[in-house]
Design a protein around this ligand. Structure first.
Ligand code: ATP
Length: 600
């Protein structure tokens, strides 16, 4: 019973979510015009030339019925010669050449706009603050860089230039009709008004269906990306069927909306075509009568009828330009959403040698978002320059967050962080990060070769440097076993490596950077006892020349630290070395005894 009640509710909720996405996209449209035009401005020369050539091509097309009329007149007067046919052929060829050249220039401009906006978007995304990136799904960002930018090309070519040439053709055909026979034009205008009314009626329906299709496509991409990121978990959980169903639903949704858009477009197209046919019959009737009473020539009637059919293609073009423009504006709104976010300052900073850096947290208060509880509620501690300081405490107390604040991925709401005697806010961000080595909790390894991963934080590292860290981290045996040594690919996110190997690569990478402050977050958690002991020695050795800040649950890793900071409930509850804390801090003693470390 409950499920029967819940399902429609869920559906309604989802529907409402989709509607709000569409309304948002709809609203974004208003602010997007300027931005869209701004993207085309750098290519204005190409746009003008391309459009001019296309228009001239259309002009040659427009001249055809007139030339046809003159030819028929000439034939009628018995003056048959090949001349007019030659003129007609020349008009066709020149028109086609100009249209093709114009089209090429416009397409090229479209590609240029796509390239510029892609590079700009990638630049923005790389420089976004971590805080802002947290708000987005990776799949959604991917869709913005790939599909949304692609839509801009169609906007530039089809929508901008297509509209210009359609309007020109449309008005041109009407003008030529007026010249050919004004009374018949009145009959035609009645039809044009009907077509206009129909487009005004159907246009918004096409737009909404197209936007829905875009949103559904974005949803499909996000779902697929989420699945691919955790494919092993999906398989191990036997969730393939459910995930296929979710992705298929989004895909069918995109199909349904696409079909709806096409249905409306076809309705508009067929409607316009039928109205033109009716106009043809009306013109034929009225025109025939005018020819019969001698107020119009047969050739003029033929030219007029040809112009009538010239109206069909601009009307079709205007309908599809309108749809494309709406899709393009929605895409621009999504691209602009990223553009409006603040960027971090330039990160290009050469590696910096120097003294080890001490770290001081003074009454630091931090929460990840306004609606989140405080992670740090007045955290204060000192990690002296040189030597090793360890952060310990129960899971979730904010140990990794200390590292995120030191890297300035986030800014604290209150309190002062001092690095190397300088307020962290006074550091140039590039210089600060260039001075740090950071091994994240899940030791990410990037797709690429072993060597690329090692030298990722210091591409200038020499072979000697690499050899040294390989020995230190005991990776040389691993490299020796690999089929292509250092040049062996490690697979997507390092799937071809073991967890411990990934951790050692991450440590080696950080060591190659020769940091003044090394941050190790659970860096040895996946190592066997022998390798862990070896790395403990390496870290102790590194700590002689630099400051090392470690987070570890395994107390065996931190027992030899010069200073251990014990965190609990967003605060620091004690600090000292192992012996001092065993004597003075109950929580630390508890952590130590549960890990079978002998109570000293
Ligand atoms: P562990 O020992 O399990 O790694 P930790 O002490 O390192 O834990 P943190 O990773 O610093 O803890 O997390 C502290 C709190 O902040 C947790 O409650 C966590 O849920 C929350 N948190 C961490 N990262 C984010 C984030 N990006 N956005 C929102 N909340 C977060």
């Amino acid at each position: 019973m409950t499920t029967v009640e819940v399902a429609p509710l869920e559906r309604e909720h989802k529907e409402r979510g989709r509607e709000s996405e569409i309304t948002e996209a709809d609203q974004g449209r208003r602010g997007s015009w300027r931005s869209l035009v701004g993207q085309v401005v750098p290519y204005k020369g190409m746009l003008v030339l391309g459009s001019a050539l296309t228009l001239m091509g259309s002009f040659a097309g427009l001249a055809m019925p007139m030339l046809t009329k003159s030819t028929i007149d000439l034939f009628g007067q018995g003056g048959a010669s090949g001349g007019p046919i030659l003129w007609l052929s020349a008009a066709v060829v020149i028109g086609a050449l100009m249209s093709a050249a114009g089209r090429f220039l416009l397409e090229r401009m479209g590609e240029g706009v796509v390239l510029t906006s892609r590079i700009d978007l990638v630049n923005r995304i790389m420089r976004l603050r971590v805080r802002d990136v947290d708000q987005f799904k990776a799949g959604d960002l991917l869709t913005r860089v790939s599909s949304d930018t692609t839509l801009l090309r169609s906007v530039c070519t089809e929508a901008f230039a297509g509209t210009a040439s359609a309007v020109f053709m449309f008005l041109g055909a009407l003008a030529m009709m007026a010249i050919t026979d004004a009374p018949l034009l009145l009959v035609t205008l009645g039809v044009v008004v009907l077509v206009g009314l129909m487009v005004a009626l159907v246009g918004p329906k096409i737009r909404r269906a197209s936007l829905r299709a875009q949103v559904a496509l974005g949803r499909m991409n996000s779902t697929l990306e989420r699945v691919l990121q955790a494919l092993r978990t999906v398989k191990a959980s036997g969730a393939e069927g459910r995930e296929i169903a979710i992705v298929s639903t989004a895909a069918s949704d995109a199909r349904n909306q696409g079909v709806a858009a096409i249905a409306w477009k076809s309705t508009a197209g067929i409607g316009a075509w039928t109205l033109i046919q009716l106009a043809f019959l009306a013109v034929l009737g009225v025109g025939g009568a005018r020819v019969a009473d001698g107020s119009m020539t047969v050739s003029a009637l033929i030219a007029f009828l040809l112009y009538l059919f010239y109206l069909v293609s601009p009307i079709g073009q205007l309908i599809s330009s309108y749809t494309l423009m709406q899709q393009g504006l929605a895409a621009v709104a999504r691209i602009d959403e990223i553009r409006r976010l603040p960027s971090e300052s330039s990160m290009d900073f050469p590696g910096v040698d120097g003294e080890p850096l001490g770290v001081i947290f003074d009454n630091v208060t931090f929460r990840y978002a306004d609606n989140r509880t405080l992670v740090h509620d007045g955290v204060s501690f000192v990690a002296p320059a040189g030597g090793m300081t360890a952060l310990v405490g129960p899971s979730g107390v904010g140990k990794s967050t200390v590292f995120s604040l030191v890297e300035r991925f986030y800014e604290p709401q209150a309190g002062v962080i001092t690095i190397g005697g300088r307020n962290i806010r006074d550091w140039c961000l590039g210089e600060l990060r260039a001075s740090l080595g950071y091994v994240e909790q899940d030791s990410p390894v990037l797709e690429g070769t072993f060597r690329e991963n090692l030298t990722y934080a210091n591409p200038e590292a020499t072979d000697d440097d690499i050899q040294q860290v390989l020995t230190k981290t005991r990776l040389n045996d691993v490299v020796d076993r690999l089929p292509q040594g250092l040049e062996t690919p490690v697979g997507n996110r390092g799937v071809m490596l073991s967890g411990g190997e990934r951790q050692r690569i991450a440590i080696a990478r950080a060591l190659l950077r020769k940091p003044r402050l090394l941050l190790l977050d659970e860096a040895t958690s996946q190592l066997d006892a022998v390798n862990e002991m070896r790395l403990r020695e390496v870290i102790a050795e590194v700590a002689r020349d630099t400051t090392v800040l470690v987070v570890a649950h395994r107390l065996s890793t931190v027992i030899g630290a010069d200073r251990i900071i014990v965190m609990e409930s967003g605060r620091v509850r004690g600090a000292g070395n192992h012996q001092e804390l065993m004597a003075s801090d109950e929580l630390y003693r508890e952590l130590a005894t549960t890990q079978l470390i002998p109570v000293v």
